[in-house]
Design a protein around this ligand. Structure first.
Ligand code: CA
Length: 230
């Protein structure tokens, strides 16, 4: 039976998470206090942790960092009420695998949990440096193996697409003009048109976005360029 630790201090959310996950067939352990979460996570043989960010005594970022520092490798999904970009990025920098913004749909959360549980199995023995694998949504850009994975499965990509995505990840949250992207990815002095950038964006979106026509990660800034939001 798959064991999930849920760290959540709001009784209403905790209750619905517990019943929802138990209905899914998971064995659920609930903790409401930040200080308790670390010892509980280390003591139990859990397969995944759902971790609220705003908690009494110790916040989710601190808990996550501490668990990773102590060698815990299981997937951690942050539950965050804060939508600010910086906090999302910070959430990922502390070693979380994914985050879900409140209020979240139970269906979306279940899908994220399944994706993480699936992904945890094959990627477990890989010894890639954490900095070389950037995770967003259910995708992973792995610059050590030079591949893009979605739900743990390797996607077919061209080297240019990977270089383009890597440039976005390096500059996440910042506007990148087509000119800048041409310089970063194709190199200066190469005769390609802006249209080439747009075409590659379209094909990348098909690979990383749930709805390529309404992109969540690779957003267009009208008349200026693109920005990677993750
Ligand atoms: Ca909370």
């Amino acid at each position: 039976m798959v064991k999930i630790l849920v760290v959540e201090d709001e009784p209403g959310i905790a209750f619905s998470l517990e019943s929802d996950l138990e209905t899914e067939g998971y064995e659920v352990t609930m903790v409401a206090d930040g200080a308790e979460a670390v010892s509980c996570a280390l003591a139990g043989a859990f397969d995944l942790i759902l971790l609220d960010v705003m908690l009494p005594h110790k916040d989710g970022f601190e808990i996550c960092r501490e668990l990773r520092h102590r060698g815990l490798k299981i997937p951690i999904i942050l539950l965050t009420a804060k939508t600010q970009e910086a906090e999302k990025v910070m959430g990922l920098d502390v070693g979380a695998d994914d985050y879900v913004t409140k209020p979240f749909s139970p269906r979306e959360l279940r899908a994220r949990i399944r994706a993480r549980l699936r992904g945890a199995l094959p990627s477990e023995p890989a010894a890639a440096q954490p900095d070389d694998v950037y995770r967003f949504g259910c995708c992973e850009l792995d610059m050590t193996r030079f591949e893009l994975r979605r739900n743990g499965l390797c996607l077919e990509t061209t080297p240019t697409e990977l270089k383009l995505l890597a440039a976005f990840v390096r500059n996440r949250g910042r506007l990148l003009t087509r000119e800048r992207l041409l310089d970063e990815v194709w190199g200066t002095g190469i005769a390609v048109t802006d249209r080439v950038v747009d075409n590659h964006i379209v094909s990348l979106r098909k690979k990383i976005e749930d709805e390529p026509a309404a992109p969540r990660y690779l957003v267009s800034i009208r008349g200026l360029g693109y920005r990677f939001d993750a």
